[in-house]
Each structure stands twice: as structure tokens, then as C-alpha cells.
Design a protein around this ligand. Sequence first.
Ligand SMILES: NC(=O)c1ccc[n+]([C@@H]2O[C@H](COP(=O)([O-])OP(=O)(O)OC[C@H]3O[C@@H](n4cnc5c(N)ncnc54)[C@H](OP(=O)(O)O)[C@@H]3O)[C@@H](O)[C@H]2O)c1
Length: 316
Amino acid sequence: MSSILAVFGATGKQGSSVVNYVLNDPELSRKYKIRAITRDVNSEKAKKLEEKVEVVRGDVLDRSSLGTALAGVHTVFAVTTPFATNVPLFGPKGLESEYNQAKNIADAAVEQGAQYIIFSTLPSPTKISGGKWTSVTPFDAKEKAEQYIRGLPIKSAFVSPGGFMENYVDLGFWSPKRTPDGGWILVGSASPKAEYPLVDAVGNTGNFVGAILAEPDKYEGKIFHAATALYSWEEIAAIISKATGKNVVYKQTPVEELEKMIPFGAEVFIDGFQFMEEFGYYGPDSRKLIAWAVDNARGKLTTFEEYLSTHPVQME
Ligand SMILES: NC(=O)c1ccc[n+]([C@@H]2O[C@H](COP(=O)([O-])OP(=O)(O)OC[C@H]3O[C@@H](n4cnc5c(N)ncnc54)[C@H](OP(=O)(O)O)[C@@H]3O)[C@@H](O)[C@H]2O)c1
């Protein structure tokens, strides 16, 4: 008999990737029966999901809604977000909110007798930098939640996504900008040679999570540092240039200028990139950690070049 796999964020990028990966994998689709959890079972996305999987209401901010949502579940894929309240929450309030979202899911999973939780975590810049970079709260919150989950009487494993390739398609402020002389620049606070891990979140989260679902005991306690590779900012600009046919150049930009361009959470992004340049997105072993995840992922991962060949970059 198949086990129920509850997927949070199934209408979003990471969760939808897990749903699609499991449905398309002959072994995993036999092993697991998906239950997608959403706040609104009547949304357009939820209705579409209902054509292929069970869809159940659950709100990670409301612990009491999660008992029914997780009844009879064997494995949980959990995602938290600074946007769960629909107003982006950063700083101490954001940290508390995301930590509590994860705690609500994990506590309900344990209470309902679930066997395994796979949590989408991130590294803690505060810990890795020894307290130097403390404002990257969406990262710190997830690492704090990871530690909480590790202490619970339930098996667990983790996926720690790199920067989403989707940001170059979805987020206006992330995209190349026109310069007065007709050129294009990609802006950021880090130096051109600083490196950033990229992942196709919609296309590949399932490849990492799928490996855990296929061999849960092998990967218990492990973190998949989920990225295809590290890319320097100047490489990212060069790949965008090739994909768009426009000459895009990376421009290291003063923090005061960047602050005016980022519509929300500027400090999180800017400090985050400063932290990554100094310590590495996943700390000093980033390259090694990503290589392990690539080797252990199920199937082939999408390179940034391949991603842009099917997803046009938003040019501002
Ligand atoms: N962008 C990046 O480069 C990047 C990199 C690493 C990590 N991340 C992290 O990725 C996370 C977001 O994940 P994503 O991009 O996969 O999601 P997403 O596409 O932004 O979608 C958000 C998902 O969360 C669900 N959700 C929101 N509030 C909820 C609530 N109160 N209760 C239950 N479900 C709720 C939504 O479901 P419904 O609307 O159906 O309820 C939706 O499926 C963030 O925490 C971010 O920090 C992002």
C-alpha cells in the first residue's frame, strides 16, 4: 500500500516540483500518494492540482488546521515563507513567524504519527559569520527550525535551496536594467567574481527531494545543498547576454543605490549577498556540499544556460 506524502507549498515553486516529480517517477508514484496542502482549496491553482492529487486545506499559521490536514500521513514535505501572512515579514518578527510555521507543521506531524519530515531549510548567516551578518532572517529562521525538527521524535532530512533561477524571470528588481547609453547592467552589492549557487526550483526541487523519498533511511539527517552549480555574478551576466542577445554587464553597485531599487527587504538581500561573498552561501565548503547534492540527486539537473533557453529573462 502506498504511503501518504503531504506536500506544503504544493501551489508554489518547491512544492509543485515535488508533486510533479513524484507523479512522473514510476517508483515514487507507486510508493507515495500525494496530499497537497493549501490555504484555499478553491483557488485556481488548487483546482488544477485536484485534477491529479488529493487537495486538503491547511494553514501553517493556524496550528489547529494542521491536525486534520496531516491525519494518516507518512511523510511530510514542509516549506515556510516570509510571505505567509501576505505581508512580507523580515527582521525578528519574520524570524519568529517562519520558525513558528515550521514548528506548527512539525508538531502536528509528530502528533499525527507521521514517520518522516523533509524540510526546506537554509544556512544561518548569523551562525556561519559568528554574529557579523544578522539581518538575513529568512535564512536564520529556517536553520533554527531545522534544529528544532532534528530534536523531535521523527526522522528528518533537509533540502537547502540555492538562489532560484526563477528570480530572473519573476522578480523585476532582480533583472537587468537599461542604462542611459542603451546598455544593460545586472546590479548587486557583491564583487563580480563572488559566487552564488543557482537552482531551477520548479524544475529540480523534486530531483533532490525524490532522492530522499526513494531512500529515506540512507539520507536521514542529511542536507541536500540544492543547486546545479556555483556561478559568479559575471558568469551570470554573460549567460544572460548569450540567452537574450543583449550585452549585459554585471555592475557592483553601492549599497545606498541598491536600497532604492529593492522594493522590500532590501537589508535582507544586500546583507545576504555581502555575507555570501565573505563566507559562501553555504559557508566555506559550499562547492563540496553542492557537488555531493548533485551526485546524490535523482536525475539530471538544469544548468542556468538550459533554464534560460526555455524561460525568457525579464528585462526591465
Ligand atoms: N527565491 C529564492 O531565490 C529562494 C532561495 C532559497 C529559498 N527560498 C525560500 O523559498 C520559500 C518560498 O518557497 P517557494 O518559492 O517554493 O514558494 P512560493 O512559490 O512563493 O509559494 C508559496 C507557497 O507557500 C504556501 N503558503 C503560503 N502561506 C501559507 C500558509 N499560511 N499556510 C499554508 N501554505 C502557505 C502557498 O500555498 P497556498 O497559497 O496555496 O496556500 C504556496 O504554495 C521562502 O521561504 C524563501 O525564503 C527562496
